[in-house]
Every structure is written in structure tokens, then in C-alpha cells.
Design a binder for this molecule. Structure first.
Ligand SMILES: Nc1ncnc2c1ncn2[C@@H]1O[C@H](COP(=O)(O)OP(=O)(O)OP(=O)(O)O)[C@@H](O)[C@H]1O
Length: 335
């Protein structure tokens, strides 16, 4: 596998700036997830690395090799798309073997067979090798699509929301599998999603994209606990971080220039109190946890609560902040 470097990469479509001045270094063997809302430039970034789009400015290199002017086939990347793009007339086996049979590769039949069976086991589709690819469930098809990328050992795997078409249970399973396989192979992987759970559970580092710009990159822990600005703070965390005025609740020590406070569950202490500063609006029961919807004056907050916590809608409670996050007028974090 290889490392990948983007320097000052920009790409517009007409007057729409899809990607703007992106600097990114993905280490050899690293799993990087690009997280961002729809239209943030995630897919375009992948397509630029794959050579499916040409940058207007900036450079891309893979394993130290400049990619300028190189067609996708010359770049040694494997791409997995959102929808399974399998050859419907071929069996699972043939679909997996296909990328290994290009004349440029000259792998002998025994080596192809060994690789196909090894990867089929990895993605847990080895019991269906002789099935037509159309005779599979959605989850199985996507396993084959991922397997078809994995049979090759490219410089980098590029994956564009490969799990988004699957149901929640399967997505959860494949998330774990993909992370395990990536570790096993020591693969360099760039993965695009707007699902924060995928980003948190799989990434070595998460890059947050907003309007074509890479606004922060760091470990999942860093992005969650130490967001650079309001936009990043709002990308991670369930329920969403609460953004409130600096003088709304006690316990805050805002630095100069702070105009907003970001408070997640761990930043809010709750105590039952008849004269409390807040009121419980309603309670969402999620099984192992509750979402507590709280009102403080005209402001609404949501926080996680233990299902055993003795509160009911309408109760008054007392909220105190504990080391919350502070933001300035421009949305940047103040420490
Ligand atoms: N071929 C194209 N022609 C015109 N505009 C495009 C093209 N490809 C992308 N764009 C625009 O560039 C911006 C970034 O698109 P991109 O697909 O990279 O976003 P994304 O973050 O992957 O979004 P999604 O999560 O919806 O896939 C969007 O505003 C999109 O409409």
C-alpha cells in the first residue's frame, strides 16, 4: 500500500466550487474518513484521487508519485461505489476474479483462485461463490462489491458510502468487518460518509469537510472533544451539541470574546429541584438511554439521561455547566 498526499487541491463545476484548497496527507496503512453533509465535496475528492476528475489547481501524489496526467487505470487505486456495480451475468466467483484477469496482471489461474477464495472468506460470501450476482440480497451484493476491490492490492482503497444502501443491522456488521479487514491487510483507505457513527468507529483520523474545505482533521476523539469551530462540533455527537448563549446557565467561565457555549451531555449536570432553572419538556425513551428535552427560558436543550433518573415531563430541574466549549462570534472555538 502507499501514502497519499493532496496539496492545495481545488475543483469547480461551472461557478460551483466543489473542492477548495484541500491539503491532506493519508499515511501508509491509515484509515481516513471524510465526513460532511451532502454537497460538501466528499465524492469529488475521491474522484480527483481516482483520476475520474482533473483538479483545477493543486497536486495529488500516491506513494510519492505525482498523478498529474495519469488516467484512472494508471493510478493503482480501487474504488467502491455507493451502489453495488456488479456484472449481473457473472457469478460471485467470476465477479471477484474479474479484476485479477486483466492482461496487464498475468496472474496464473491457481493464484487467481486462491485470492478469490481468500477474499470471499474475508467478506463472508464464500458460501455463495457459484450464485449469479443478481441472486443475492442487497447486503450480499455489497459484500461482493467490496470484495471485488479487496482482491486487488492497490496503493489505496477509495470507498464512497459503501454501506449506505444497507439496513442498520447489516451496516453495523459490515462496519466492524471492514475495519478488521483493513487492519489485517494494512490497507490505506479513504472512506467517505455522512454517517458519524461510521466515522467514529472506523477511522484512524476523521477529516471534516464543509463547503469544499477540509476544516479539521484528527482522531475521532480529537474531533469530538476538541472541535475547531461550531461546524465541527455539530458534526459529531448524538444528541447534537447544544448551542446556548454564554449567560444562560451557571457554571460557565467564558473567555473574552465568547458569544456561544457548546454543551454536550457530559458538560451538563442535572439535579432535581423544584425551584430549578429548567423544565423537562418531554422524554424520548431509547431503551438503554433517554433523551431528555429540556427548556431553559426560550431555549431548548437535549441531553442523554439514565432511564432510571426519576424525572417526568413538566418537572423542574437545575442545570449547571461543567467545562463546556466556548465559541466566538465567527464560530471559532475559544480555549
Ligand atoms: N459533475 C458535476 N457537475 C456539476 N456539479 C457537480 C458535479 N459533481 C459535483 N458537483 C457539485 O459539487 C458539489 C460537491 O459535490 P460532491 O458530490 O463532491 O459532494 P458530496 O459531499 O459527495 O455530497 P453527497 O453526500 O451528496 O454525495 C455539489 O454542490 C455538487 O452539486
Amino acid at each position: 500500500m502507499a501514502d497519499v498526499t493532496l496539496k492545495g487541491v481545488s475543483k469547480s463545476f461551472g461557478d460551483k466550487r466543489a473542492v477548495e484548497g484541500v491539503d491532506l496527507h493519508i499515511k501508509d496503512g491509515e484509515f481516513v474518513v471524510l465526513l460532511g453533509p451532502t454537497g460538501a465535496g466528499k465524492t469529488t475528492t475521491l474522484r480527483l484521487i481516482a483520476g475520474l476528475e482533473k483538479p483545477d489547481a493543486g497536486t495529488i501524489s500516491i506513494g510519492g508519485r505525482p498523478m498529474e496526467g495519469l488516467a484512472p487505470a494508471g493510478r493503482d487505486v480501487a474504488f467502491v461505489f455507493q451502489q453495488y456495480s456488479l456484472y449481473p451475468h457473472l457469478t460471485v466467483y467470476e465477479n471477484l476474479a474479474f479484476p485479477l484477469r486483466s492482461p496487464a496482471r498475468r496472474m496464473d489461474a491457481a493464484a487467481v483462485d486462491a485470492r478469490v477464495r481468500q477474499v470471499a472468506k474475508m467478506v463472508r460470501i464464500d458460501h455463495k461463490l457459484e450464485n449469479r450476482s443478481t441472486r443475492l440480497s442487497g447486503g450480499e451484493m455489497q459484500r461482493v462489491a467490496i470484495g471485488r476491490a479487496l482482491v486487488r492490492r492497490p496503493a489505496i482503497y477509495l470507498m464512497d458510502e459503501p454501506l449506505s444502501s444497507l439496513d442498520a443491522k447489516l451496516r453495523g456488521e459490515l462496519r466492524l468487518e471492514l475495519k478488521r479487514i483493513q487492519k489485517e491487510l494494512g490497507a490505506t483507505l479513504l472512506y467517505v460518509t455522512h454517517d458519524q457513527i461510521e466515522a467514529m468507529t472506523m477511522a484512524d483520523r476523521i477529516g471534516i469537510l464543509a463547503e469544499g474545505r477540509l476544516v479539521q482533521i484528527g482522531t475521532p476523539r480529537e474531533i469530538y472533544a476538541d472541535p475547531a469551530n461550531l461546524h465541527v462540533a455539530a458534526r459529531l455527537g448524538q444528541p447534537h451539541i447544544n448551542i446556548v448563549p454564554v449567560d444562560l446557565l451557571p457554571g460557565a467561565t467564558p473567555p473574552r470574546g465568547a458569544t456561544a457555549i457548546g454543551a454536550r451531555t457530559e458538560h451538563i449536570a442535572i439535579a432535581a429541584s423544584e425551584g430549578g432553572n429548567a423544565r423537562v419538556d418531554w422524554i424520548e425513551h431509547l431503551g438503554d438511554q433517554n433523551h431528555l428535552h429540556i427548556r431553559v427560558g426560550a431555549h431548548k436543550l437535549v441531553t442523554l439521561a439514565d432511564p432510571d433518573m426519576p424525572v417526568n415531563p413538566g418537572d423542574r430541574i437545575d442545570l449547571t455547566l461543567k467545562n463546556p466549549l466556548y465559541f466566538g462570534q465567527d464560530g471559532q472555538r475559544l480555549v
